[in-house]
Write a protein of this length. Structure first.
Length: 80
């Protein structure tokens, strides 16, 4: 199994999935695949969107307050 998104019980009540960003990224991979996620993250990083701020475990993908907001940031490189 490559990740929790491949589990029949996904999304489960695992405490890691309580984090909006983590849950949304896992759902994104389940829907679009790992390669699409990596391409989007690379493009977004080149355009100044940071996964983690220096010395922190949060970044720009933690700014949206909904799954759709994070998904839009991944797909389009901005809040929509």
């Amino acid at each position: 199994m490559n990740g929790c998104w491949e589990c029949a019980e996904f999304p489960c009540p695992n405490e890691m999935l309580d984090k909006l960003r983590v849950r949304t990224f896992a759902k994104f991979v389940a829907e679009y695949g790992e390669n699409k996620l990596m391409r989007c993250l690379e493009r977004n990083e080149q355009n100044g969107i940071l996964y983690h701020y220096e010395g922190q475990l949060t970044g720009d993908y933690d700014l949206p307050t909904t799954e759709q907001g994070i998904k839009n940031m991944i797909l389009f490189g901005k809040l929509r």
